[in-house]
Design a protein around this ligand. Structure first.
Ligand code: ADP
Ligand code: MG
Length: 642
């Protein structure tokens, strides 16, 4: 029992912890672990804005630079007089210092005056939209633009083309699969500023810019400013990339060999969203060789056309690890909780169930008849109370048992005595019965003879009458003795007990009325029982007579019948308000010849006893001197014929 209940306890606790644990883990993953990743993703969203800001700053720096140079008096003079040599002297150091890849000047009609990076090409009309806008609006314009290889050759030279040339790596999942080994398309941030003469006349436009291909200043600045060069497990957490179309032309995402991963292409789904539809893209994406939480935004040219993409991304690994850690912490808590649950269940098992176990053992001993046991549990809780109640129960069981033992012993002794008496009486009665019949026959013969003789003595005849009477009395006693001693088997029929009682009362009506006794009968509707009608009548008459004799000054006799369904018996009670029976007589009244009456025979109750036991019934007496006596008879409804 101990183990079984402990197991149940443990199981219940484990179940609770498991349910709570699974729920919390689920909630933890849902809201905390995923929250970490979601938060990181939304950080990336704001990072792309910062990156865009840096990109724009970078562009406006170039714009400022050109504006400043357009204001230079000497530059203005050199332009208006188209002195190429002077311009070279004036602007060379600017290009050098500001790392401009392109710096060129056109007149107010857009005709090229001078190209610093390619001094031998001039005179053609410029074909760049940014410069065209500056010419038209006479104000500073800056934007990103695409310069094809021919443009690069024009604005710069072979060196610039080389700088722009990027070797293309075939990329799985990429959208475009052009059969090209390399690309020489340049993406340039180009600014153009109007130049006015000292007199305020518009004399041309100075324009210049930086090639973004393989130019890592911008992406590294974004990385430094936005992500603070943070790294995780040796890898940069934050990365930035500039795409020309779908081609990485500037990045700090590294390949396996540590080289910058330029020349690879963007994944097809990002291509469709950003290049195709001109929308931003925020999600996790597989970049080169790791998963990143990313943001992509289109880079547009001056006409609003999408020509490239600005990208920032943070390594997902760090956040994935954080999520893993959170989940493991939750799991650890659940497992610990389970451990605690097992411990508590075991502890409860020990404190609660051990006393119960003890009680079971004690109960077994009681069942074996050993009442000298008790449970020693001294706790003040319900278990202690139970143990106390248990001990009290043992004590009262013990008392009850010894009372019962005493009572049954008495009962056995009484019936044994009565049985012995019965056997003895039967023998004697049988022996006496025969000679007695003979004596009576002879007395009657003598009486007949005497009647014929007229000279017979009157006294003699009277004596004979007396002898006859006394002998008949003896004969009745002997007959009663035989009744008591089971000499006659009952003649079993279906009998209505209420009817037997009524007839018995009728027969004794005269006697009852004489003594001023009232009779009350409480008859229940009874099933008929198998019994001997006349023997039952004898029983009831004896009990009624005894009751009447006990109430010489009058009184009340109450006769009650009822059915004891659960025992399949009838119960008949004769309750009188007579003199009662003293305690010391109670054990004797059923013995033959025991009487307290001067003219009594002491046979009545012994006959009653004999008949009731032959019917397999019970008889009980309850009496209180001065108050009255109750005889209770119980008879089985059906007799087992044996
Ligand atoms: P008897 O009536 O001849 O004395 P019983 O065997 O009928 O013999 O009764 C035995 C004794 O039991 C009676 O003498 C009487 O003392 C006592 N007794 C029986 N019934 C009652 C009773 N209802 N009230 C008081 N005493 C009784
Ligand atoms: Mg009697």
């Amino acid at each position: 029992m101990f183990l079984r209940l402990t197991a149940k306890f443990t199981l219940a606790f484990l179940l609770i912890v498991l349910i709570i644990g699974v729920t919390t883990t689920w909630v933890g993953i849902r809201f905390i672990a995923n929250g970490i990743v979601n938060q990181a993703q939304s950080k990336v969203k704001s990072d792309i804005n910062a990156a865009r800001e840096i990109y724009n700053d970078y562009a406006s720096d170039i714009a400022d630079l050109l504006r400043l140079n357009a204001e230079r008096l000497l530059v203005k003079q050199a332009i208006s007089t188209q002195q190429r040599k002077a311009l070279k002297q004036l602007l060379d150091w600017v290009v050098e210092k500001e790392k401009l890849d392109i710096l060129s000047i056109v007149d107010s009609q857009g005709k090229v005056i001078f190209r610093l990076a390619n001094p031998h090409r001039y005179g053609d009309v410029v074909n760049n939209d940014i410069v065209k806008v500056a010419l038209k609006n006479k104000e500073v314009v800056v934007s990103t633009c695409i310069l094809e290889k021919t443009d690069l050759l024009k604005e710069g030279n072979e060196k610039l083309v080389q700088k722009a040339t990027i070797k293309i790596f075939p990329t799985p999942m990429a959208k475009t699969t052009e059969a090209r080994d390399e690309s020489s398309i340049g993406m340039v941030i180009l600014a153009a500023a109007p130049v006015f003469s000292a007199e305020g006349e518009f004399i041309g436009v100075i324009y210049g810019g930086r090639l973004l291909n393989k130019n890592y200043d911008l992406v590294d600045k974004i990385k430094e400013v936005v992500f603070g060069n943070e790294s995780y497990k040796g890898k940069d957490i934050g990365t930035a990339t500039i795409f020309q179309g779908d081609l990485r032309i500037s990045t700090n995402v590294r390949r396996e060999d540590g080289e910058r991963a330029i020349g690879t292409r963007i994944a097809a789904n990002v291509y469709d969203q950003v290049l195709g539809r001109g929308e931003s893209y925020y999600d996790r994406a597989f970049v080169v060789n790791n998963w990143y939480l990313t943001a992509y935004e289109p880079i547009r040219d001056i006409n609003g056309g999408v020509i490239g993409i600005l990208y920032v991304g943070i390594l997902e690994e760090k956040y994935a690890d954080m999520r893993k850690r959170t989940i493991s912490i939750f799991l650890a808590i659940v497992i610990m909780g389970m451990g605690v649950a097992i411990f508590i269940a075991h502890f409860l098992g020990r404190t609660i169930l051990k006393p119960l176990d003890k009680m079971v053992q004690v109960s077994r001993q009681i069942a074996n008849g050993n009442f000298d046991v008790k449970v020693d549990v001294t706790t003040s809780d319900e278990v202690g109370e139970l143990a106390n109640a248990f001990n009290m129960m043992i004590k009262s069981l013990k008392e009850r048992e010894s009372e019962l033992k005493e009572y049954t012993q008495q009962q056995i002794m009484r019936s044994e005595r009565l049985a012995t008496l019965g056997q003895l009486s039967a023998g004697v009665a049988h022996e006496i019965n025969n000679p007695l019949t003979g004596v009576l026959t002879y007395i009657r013969l003598i009486k007949k003879r005497l009647e014929k003789r007229s000279d017979a003595d009157g006294d003699f005849r009277r004596y004979l009458d007396k002898v006859e009477n006394e002998t008949e009395r003896v004969s009745t006693i002997v007959k009663n003795l035989l009744d008591f001693a089971r000499q006659r088997d009952p003649n079993l029929k279906l009998v209505d007990v209420n009817l037997v009682i009524s007839e018995s009362l009728d027969l004794l009506e005269h006697k009852i009325r004489l003594q001023n006794i009232t009779v009350e009968t409480n008859f229940a509707t009874l099933p008929r029982i198998t019994a001997d009608f006349s023997q039952l009548q004898q029983v009831f008459m004896n009990l009624i007579i005894n009751a009447v004799e006990a109430m010489e000054q009058g009184g009340k006799l109450t006769i009650t019948t009822e059915e004891l369904k659960e025992r399949n018996m009838l119960q008949i009670m004769f309750k009188d308000t007579g003199v009662g029976i003293p305690k010391e007589h109670l054990t004797q009244i059923f013995e033959p010849f025991f009487t307290t009456k001067p003219k009594g025979t002491g046979m009545g109750l012994s006959v009653v006893y004999g008949i009731i036991s032959r019917h397999n019934g019970e008889i009980e007496v309850n009496s209180e001197v001065g108050k009255g006596t109750t005889f209770t008879i119980r008879l089985p409804i059906t007799q087992n014929r044996s």
